[in-house]
Design a protein around this ligand. Structure first.
Ligand code: GLU
Length: 215
């Protein structure tokens, strides 16, 4: 079972995200990654293997930005490589996903026929590309693009999603996989469980099945 962390913070959040991911290590994982948004631009670091490999990458190539998401992956679609590690991203969106999208092959074929290309073997990247399609081609606002994309997906998921050009927005959604929202002091958090959020806040609300949150 993988782990998800998302933070809308006050200063650089990558170190906090890694701290949260460490508290999710007990669930098991094969790779990890972090994405942040800084001055409107998305950037990410990913590493297969232990979280220490990701920490080393972040030490060598730090990620700034007060909004970010992180993930520890338990591979279901595609080998545990750097390219298959989350966050999955396009120029418009970065997301972390827990679960399985059952109709990912149909969605991927549809997106390929519209000119979209893929850099991983995961079901999760299809979700990033599908949201991008609704943002870019259908010109929807971020929350509407996510709602539309979620409506197309079959299977189980928890998502945390950030958007280029939106320094202060994080969208979270759950169907089948748990996800909690934490309220801090001028900061907001998303996590797979309250234990992961414990260093930051004890004011935690679990999303109900089918909920999504605009933070
Ligand atoms: N199905 C996704 C993948 O293989 C997410 C797996 C997970 O829950 O970590 O990348």
């Amino acid at each position: 079972m993988c782990g998800i962390i998302g933070i809308l913070g006050k200063s650089d959040v990558a170190p906090m995200i890694v701290e949260g991911l460490r508290r999710l290590e007990y669930r098991g994982y094969d790779s990890a990654g972090v994405a942040t948004i800084r001055d409107g631009f998305l950037d990410r670091r990913r590493a297969s293997g232990r979280l220490s490999a990701l920490s080393e990458k972040l030490a060598a190539f730090p990620l700034g930005g007060a909004t970010g998401i992180g993930h520890t992956r338990w591979a279901t679609h595609g080998a545990p490589t750097d390219a298959n590690a989350h966050p999955h991203a396009t120029e418009r969106v970065a997301l972390v996903h827990n679960g399985i999208i059952e109709n990912f092959a149909e969605l991927r074929d549809e997106l390929k026929s519209k000119g979209y290309s893929f850099t991983s073997q995961t079901d999760s990247e299809v979700c990033a590309q599908l949201i991008t399609y609704y943002l870019r081609d259908e010109k929807l606002a971020p929350k509407d693009a996510v709602a539309k994309a979620l409506g197309r997906m079959r299977g189980a998921f928890a998502f945390a999603i950030i958007f280029s050009g939106e320094n202060d927005l994080l969208v979270a959604a759950r169907r089948g996989s748990p996800l909690a929202i934490g309220r801090g002091d001028g900061e907001m958090f998303v996590g797979s469980d309250a234990y992961a959020l414990a260093p930051f806040t004890n004011r935690v609300t679990y999303l109900e099945e089918g909920d999504y949150a605009i933070i």
